[in-house]
Write a protein that binds this ligand. Structure first.
Ligand code: SF4
Length: 321
């Protein structure tokens, strides 16, 4: 039995378990990683500089909290995805490495700190995400809006992508975020509906779909985006149905990546999907009408987000004629 300890939180010398709710889970077997999933260890000078700016600003990034395999590449290009409202989440999804617990009160200085970091990193495009904050009456929507406003004020040319929680039972939350005019509204479905109870038990598939659809209805000019992981036990037909569901909700951009198991207590990887299957999924999704599709084993919703945003805009311009 392995207990995962959060070594960053040793207040009073007593380390807290990072995933207390998963401590009783049996260890699941780990499949050996195929060659196509291996990445190089971070080492560039730019990587170190990005880390310095993140540390100096006291910021959390999903790159670190989710143990993203792309951190070496992304941070070497100064592309860090900001995680706001703390590093402790009120949900306990079976795939996610972010710590679960009762989050601290909001840091009202955070919007300015994020804007400063965006400026220091000279980001043309920034992705801002958050933990779930079911404890807040607006789910953190007002804080998202404050962060968008602070970035717009400090670096008006930076385009902004938000990757939000589902705002389940938070009336008016989505409207607050959309009113702040992000360039891209992203909310990940994460997996097919049949796996929600096991993988994303605190969420509701059709609520998430409706959130994406409603975001587009509120602001048809705003790009909408969603992503899933594969390798969790979903079937190909379920993935194709999910694509149709997202197109019905008028979602512009779909990302598909391989699920990687953060610890033996998390949901197991059922299968490593080979690169040619990702390429086939990408072709099918494009044929179904998405403006943009990114589907590779290492695709994450914020991976290459800046370059993909430029492609997204170009694709819309072409389609508009
Ligand atoms: S893919 Fe996203 S989460 Fe992963 S390192 Fe890059 S920016 Fe961070």
């Amino acid at each position: 039995m392995v207990t995962i300890i959060d070594t960053r939180d040793v207040a009073g010398g007593v380390p807290k378990p990072r995933h207390p709710e998963k401590a009783r889970n049996p260890d699941t077997p780990r499949l050996p990683k195929p060659a196509w999933i291996r990445v190089r260890a971070p080492q560039s000078a730019e990587y170190g500089r990005t880390r310095e700016i993140v540390r100096k600003g006291g910021l959390a990034t999903v790159c670190e909290e989710a143990s993203c395999p792309n951190i070496g590449e992304c941070w070497s290009k100064r592309h860090a995805t900001m995680m706001i409202m703390g590093a402790v989440c009120t949900r306990a999804c079976a795939f996610c490495n972010v710590a679960t617990g009762l989050p601290a009160p909001l840091d009202l200085g955070e919007p300015a700190a994020i804007a400063r970091a965006v400026s220091e990193l000279a980001l043309e495009h920034v992705v801002v995400t958050s933990v779930d904050r079911d404890d807040l009456s607006d789910g953190g929507a007002g804080h998202f809006a404050a962060v968008i406003g602070a970035i717009r004020a400090m670096t008006p040319r930076t385009t902004i992508e938000v990757l939000t929680p589902d705002f389940l039972r938070k009336d008016g939350a989505l409207e607050q975020v959309v009113a702040a005019r992000p360039d891209v509204f992203n909310h990940n479905l994460e997996t097919v509906p049949g796996l929600y109870l096991r993988i994303r038990p605190g969420a509701r598939y059709f609520h998430s779909l409706r959130l994406l659809q409603h975001a587009k209805e509120l602001d048809p000019q705003m790009f909408t985006k969603s992503g899933i992981m594969v390798g969790l036990g979903e079937t190909r037909d379920e993935v194709l149905q999910l694509m149709d569901d997202l197109r019905s909700a008028d979602v512009d951009f779909l990302t598909i990546g391989q699920y990687l198991q953060p610890t033996p207590k998390h949901a197991e990887v059922k299968r490593f999907v080979p690169p040619d299957e990702f390429a086939a999924l990408e072709r099918i999704a494009r044929a179904k009408g998405f403006l943009m599709v990114a589907a590779t084993p290492l695709t994450r919703s914020s991976y290459h987000a800046g370059e993909d945003f430029a492609r997204l805009r170009a694709a819309r311009a072409v389609r508009a004629g």
